[in-house]
Design a protein around this ligand. Sequence first.
Ligand code: PAF
Length: 279
Amino acid sequence: MKVVTNDIELKIALQDFNRGKRKLGFIPTMGALHEGHLHLVKQSHEENDITVVSIFINPKQFNNQDDFDKYPVTLESDKELLERGHCDILLLPSQEVIYPKGFKPVKVDIDTLNKVFEGPMRPGHFDGVIQVVNRLFEIVTPDVSYFGLKDFQQCLVIKALRNELFPKMELKFVPTIRKAEGLALSSRNARLSQLGQEKANIIFKTLAMIKELKKHIEPYDALKYGKHILTQNGFEVEYFALANADTLIESKKWLRNGKNIVLAAVWLEGVRLIDNYIF
Ligand code: PAF
């Protein structure tokens, strides 16, 4: 695996690579890699001729300084995992590479996405994601980029960015990788105690329960019961809601199969966890 730090080094690393005929797959990350990331890398390796992974902890997308300060940094083990996981090139850009002097933020119309769920809860977050992913797409110019569906709303934001500024690039949204008991893999899980990690399985179980309740009761009662279970188990619930999976507009009615998404953001042991379930 080659390690590069900017667009020039990346160009040199790719000089023997015939961009016209061969496909480049890209996975942007903030490091603290886990099986979920490695799954994306594996998929890219299988579907493309070359796979580039970036690690950059983007300060612009943290609306909370404490969350930024506590974000796990595990560069050495990340490198080992990527080496074993068939990553060809690791891009490790500095702040100056991503946000050079005179940096002009791009504007992307993300419509209602900024007004629901993660939008109001994390002011400025999606704008930060747009800025960094836009810069990374400009530097890497991928044919295909991979993102995990755990961050469902982020996937829709990135789709808007792609549609507006990178229409030729293909996007692949990959199902969430979970522990056997259901917990969605996330870099933030590392901040939970062993007991907390076990308890956090309840999030997925509660989301999956809503699908079962659909057969019997209305969304309002199903969601109320789901929130009750989470609160009883010591979670602080920020949101636990049903929405249309295409638009993320909240819904008071069950939608037709495949359009229902239940989204959860909860706090446990001072860690904010999100997950979702589509049915
Ligand atoms: O999902 C993430 O890890 C980040 O939001 C991303 C897409 C790498 C941008 O910093």
